[in-house]
Design a protein around this ligand. Structure first.
Ligand code: SKM
Length: 172
């Protein structure tokens, strides 16, 4: 890359942001961050525990702060939490400070990838996780689209093919 740009991955839980982000960063020799991991590192607690102790509101405040700080870097790949785009400030920062890649997938894939995951308290306890994911999609898909520079589907292709598409579309 001529100038070190940032790549920010947005999309719902289970879209593959962390897995794809880590490999994409390795391939491009960029540093990788994951906002959920960063919150866990700073609090010393897993995401489910942060939700339990501080509620979703407390978690969102932490998430906004982490996005604010991480997006100040240059030359990073950042996998964002699925709900990080709920914050207008975070949407503005992501749009302004890097190329935003929206990873799209199906509800079926999300369900398969998020089973028994300590980082997904919003669906872990739900009686009907599919319904929750559908509601979240209704509420959030327009927000992902609003800030996306590039949209890539992750449900029908391998991680390698997704990464090749991102690299091609970003024009790195
Ligand atoms: O940030 C975590 C947390 O479980 C909340 C979330 C969401 O709201 O979609 C997604 C995860 O990445």
């Amino acid at each position: 890359m001529a100038e070190k740009r940032n790549i920010f991955l947005v999309g719902p839980m289970g879209a593959g942001k962390s897995t794809i982000g880590r490999q994409l960063a390795r391939q491009l020799h960029l540093e990788f961050f994951d906002s959920d991991t960063e919150i866990e590192r700073r609090t010393g607690a897993d995401i489910a525990w942060v939700f339990e102790l501080e509620g979703e509101e407390g978690f969102r405040a932490r998430e906004e702060k982490v996005i604010e700080e991480l997006t100040e870097n240059t030359g990073i790949v950042l996998a964002t939490g699925g709900g990080s785009i709920l914050s207008k400030e975070s949407r503005n920062r992501l749009s302004a400070r890097g190329v935003v890649v929206y990873l799209q997938t199906t509800i079926d894939k999300q369900l398969a990838r998020t089973q028994r995951d300590k980082r997904r308290p919003l669906i872990a306890e739900a009686e009907n996780p599919r319904e929750v994911l559908e509601e979240l999609a209704d509420e959030r898909n327009a927000l992902y689209e609003e800030i996306a520079d590039i949209i890539v589907r992750t449900d029908e292709q391998s991680t390698k093919v997704v990464i090749d598409q991102i690299i091609e579309k970003v024009g790195i």
